[in-house]
Design a protein around this ligand. Structure first.
Ligand SMILES: NC(=O)c1ccc[n+]([C@@H]2O[C@H](COP(=O)([O-])OP(=O)(O)OC[C@H]3O[C@@H](n4cnc5c(N)ncnc54)[C@H](O)[C@@H]3O)[C@@H](O)[C@H]2O)c1
Length: 281
């Protein structure tokens, strides 16, 4: 059942690749909640064709853009305002990619040109969107901008590689720009730190299945799914959260505040024989 939480709101959703993408779920729900919006992804991703299905379902125009290109982002904002008929109320940045991860370069043997790309695609593009939106005065007062993050920004996770650095930068940009955008235009900027989720980007992380299972056992409420994440994004785009800004909001079933859980400990203990367990007491 919809609540019409986004009735009359205009948005831009970056990063829907296929029906597993978090951005895809956000788009479906934003549509159900009464929003109109445009969709954007790289020209290659747009050509792959799956986005057409979402576009038709949500009656949303696709505007291809490489999120590292300021010019492309300007085009997205310009065209979106034209198509939607006014300033933008919400923006979702659901973009992440690491060539070091893809090419299996470990963190102590990074390729620095890949690192620059990781940071540019996964974090600096967030700044670029905010700066373009600010300079064009394209985001309406009380508008809401969300980027998606992961707890590896705060704590080290094996295999997350240079994406940890990208997420730390993403969260920092939300604070730094959030201050200015709030002060000058009453626009809020936040990141949502999501549980591990099975998507194309998520599955690229080394040992992802183990990480999902560990995280599920550690979180008192269990992992948050992409549908759960979409619900949270809609709440953050709605007028019900007008005074929330400059935050990194954990959306992880409680994972980030747990050191060790009963379920994780039980599984961990299975790897010891009985004598070993006794010595642990
Ligand atoms: N899946 C997880 O476990 C998880 C957990 C926490 C946070 N996140 C974050 O959620 C966001 C969305 O990822 P997802 O899991 O839905 O995976 P996904 O693969 O569906 O989405 C990633 C998107 O980034 C886009 N992209 C890559 N390079 C781009 C560029 N240069 N310009 C524009 N778009 C580009 C891809 O085309 C794709 O649509 C990412 O920021 C990711 O880091 C994911």
């Amino acid at each position: 059942m919809g609540y019409n939480l986004l009735k009359g709101k205009r948005g831009i959703i970056f990063g829907a690749l296929n029906d597993m993408s978090i951005a895809w779920k956000v788009a479906e729900l934003a549509h159900a909640e009464g929003a109109t919006f445009t969709l954007s992804n790289t020209p290659v991703a747009c050509r792959m064709g799956t986005l057409d299905e979402l576009s038709q379902k949500c009656n949303a125009e696709i505007i291809p853009a490489d999120a590292t290109s300021v010019e492309d982002i300007e085009t997205v904002f310009e065209k979106s305002m034209e198509v939607l008929g006014g300033k933008i109320d919400f923006v979702l940045h659901s973009i992440g990619m690491s060539l070091n991860v893809r090419k299996k370069r470990v963190y102590h043997d990074l390729n620095y040109s890949y690192l620059n790309k990781t940071l540019d695609i996964s974090a600096i593009s967030f700044h670029k969107m905010l700066q373009v939106g600010f300079k064009m005065d394209a985001i309406a007062e009380w508008g809401s901008v969300i980027g998606l993050s992961y707890v590896a920004a705060q704590r080290t996770f094996y295999g997350y590689n240079d994406m940890s650095d990208a997420k730390a930068l993403l969260e920092s940009i939300a604070r730094s720009f959030g201050y200015i955008y709030g002060r000058e235009r009453k626009v809020r900027v936040n990141t949502i730190s999501q549980s591990p989720t099975i998507t194309t980007a998520g599955s690229g992380v080394k040992g992802f299945d183990g990480l999902m299972d560990f995280s599920e056992r550690m979180s008192p409420l269990g992992n948050a799914t992409s549908e759960d994440c979409a619900n949270y994004c809609i709440a953050m785009f709605s007028d019900l959260t007008k005074k929330v800004t400059m935050q990194n909001l954990f959306h992880d079933g409680g994972f980030s505040n747990v050191g060790m859980s009963l379920r994780a400990m039980t599984q961990y203990n299975k790897s010891f024989d009985t004598d070993d367990i006794e010595t642990l007491d």
